[in-house]
Design a binder for this molecule. Structure first.
Ligand code: ADP
Length: 405
């Protein structure tokens, strides 16, 4: 791989295309060259990009014709050509939300793989079509560049059957209704760095709390996923920015039968109007709620912590106790207060928080005598995708897990 060869990582959503450009430096360490996004696709598109050190490279309003994956990729390809003269894209790694029951690992995109992934659209209608549209756009616009799909679900394959079954009739289960788990690329990344960052728990029983605008927990044993708080969809488990987390299914029946809501309205309630936003009526952003004295904001934060602690207890039961607790993602990495409150609520498990270490953002958050150690470890899903892409396309040997990002 020469100086002008990069791997592109894409994360395509309904209204945004996020990207990272990685170069493999010496010793096979990935070096982040640029990170950015086109947001507001379909409304008011805007492009922004930063270099590997976080300095702004570009920030501009785009023409309204940049409105979907194809036009966004056209713009991005032009920007990359201008920015990195003579750059060759050796491969593109995509974040794809659903790999179903079959894809237990990332896969090089072939017509057969694409057909399999299209068949999973009904399981993730709000995300999968956009992920696949980006794959189609790359096939058309960067003809011949190999692509890799990395799934949010794969890391959770290999659970015991009892962890993934949803107790509904066989014909319904046969249609694909089971627990899949998500945020898998984040958990896989954390598991991959535990041996360096927290070696004493890397082979033990660990709960990782990915607390961002989406939030979930994963129980790890020896670096492998044993169970997760996400189930069939990314609505289950913890309270999130705009999603409720675990919900009595009778509530959904009542929304249809009692309140007469349409399918679309119920979907909007569940994905966009609930969780922290729904409880507080103020904001889905934890920073706003922590600053507010409003009783609704306080209840929202209390419920977020209460639910996280309750689900930590449940996963601890699955793991028969825990050796470590790891916080990651936007809230987990940045909010000492939320970490403190969750650790205090989990003190019965043996978590003894070191207030000073927590205020200083760790990485170790617990006292030396704590039976269960607590940590904060920044996640890096894009780097995980770059690593998988490099390995599957034969660009790296996989010997190095060094991250210089
Ligand atoms: P996403 O799931 O969109 O990738 P992130 O992991 O980036 O989300 O997390 C975004 C969320 O992190 C924001 O909505 C905000 O609530 C929260 N957050 C970021 N910084 C802080 C902070 N300093 N204190 C509390 N919450 C924070």
């Amino acid at each position: 791989m020469d100086d002008h060869s990069v791997v592109l990582v894409l994360n395509a959503g309904s209204s945004s295309l996020k990207f990272c450009v990685y170069w493999i430096a010496e010793a096979e360490a990935w070096r982040l060259e640029a990170r950015g996004q086109i947001e507001g696709l379909g409304t008011s598109p805007r492009f922004s990009a930063k270099d590997g050190g976080g300095a702004t490279l570009d920030n501009q309003q785009l023409d309204a014709s940049v409105r979907d994956a194809r036009s966004a990729l056209d713009f991005l390809a032009g920007w990359l050509r201008g920015r990195f003269h003579g750059t060759r894209v050796l491969g593109v790694g995509h974040r794809v939300v659903h790999g179903g029951a079959a894809y237990a690992a990332p896969v090089v995109i072939t017509p057969k793989a694409l057909e399999d992934l299209r068949a999973l659209v009904p399981l993730a209608p709000l995300h999968q079509p956009y992920n696949l549209a980006a794959i189609d756009a790359v096939s058309e616009r960067l003809h011949g560049v190999p692509q890799v799909a990395c799934f949010d679900t794969s890391f959770h394959r290999g659970h015991q059957a009892v962890a993934d079954v949803i107790p509904l009739p066989p014909d319904i289960r046969r249609s694909g209704v089971q627990r899949y788990g998500f945020h898998g690329l984040s958990y896989e990344y954390i598991a991959s760095v535990l041996p360096q960052v927290a070696p004493e728990i890397a082979t033990g029983r660990v709960i990782v709390a990915h607390l961002g605008s989406g939030a979930s927990l994963c129980g790890l044993r020896n670096g492998r996923s044993v169970d997760s708080s996400f189930g069939f969809t990314a609505l289950d488990g913890l309270c999130m920015g705009t999603r409720p987390g675990a919900l009595d299914p009778g509530v959904v029946l009542y929304l249809f039968q009692g309140l007469g809501l349409s399918v679309k309205e119920v979907e909007t309630v569940l994905y966009k109007k609930s969780g922290l936003l729904g409880i507080s009526g103020i904001s889905n952003d934890m920073r706003d709620l922590l600053k507010s004295d409003d009783p609704g904001a306080r209840l929202a934060v209390d419920y977020f912590v209460y639910r996280a602690a309750k689900e930590i207890g449940a996963l601890a039961a699955v793991l028969s106790g825990i050796d470590g607790l790891v916080f990651t993602a936007g809230i987990g990495e940045n909010s000492a207060e939320i970490r403190r409150r969750i650790c205090e609520a989990s003190s019965w498990l043996g978590v003894d928080l070191d207030g000073k270490a927590n205020a200083q953002n760790g990485p170790r958050l617990s006292t030396p005598q704590s039976r269960v150690s607590a940590w904060v470890i920044p996640t890096n899903e894009e780097l995980m995708i770059a690593r998988h892409t490099g390995l599957l396309l034969g660009l790296t040997s996989g010997k190095s897990v060094a991250a210089r990002t």
